[in-house]
Unconditional design. Sequence first.
Length: 135
Amino acid sequence: VATMVTRHPDDYRGYLHLAEMARARGRPADAVTYYRAAIARYPAEPEMLTDAATIALHLHDTTTAVSWLQAAVVGSPRAARARTRLYGVWRAQGKLADARRLLLDGLAQEPSQRTWSALLTEPDAGHAPIAAGAP
């Protein structure tokens, strides 16, 4: 893989492989470094962005994780893992209106998404549950 990165330094795939290897070996900080390099080369891959954000969250780097999750959702509005994970982060941060809007926007794209519908019926602190079709 290192040879791949040396021969093709502008190709994101070598860095992605290095990130996955670092993650598998229990080196999350190295994984985030390699993910960052891969994302810099190809920022339009929602699964990579979501995987990278998951590792960043484990390292308590919420700012980076949110940025990557937002990029995944913008790049692929049907990116269910990214949208669901971003919802959880925003809800934990108390950004309930943003979290709800995120799911409602997702349901506009994927009306049969049961997880998002179910999450919208959960009561939030200070807010009553809303129906999935409500604004």
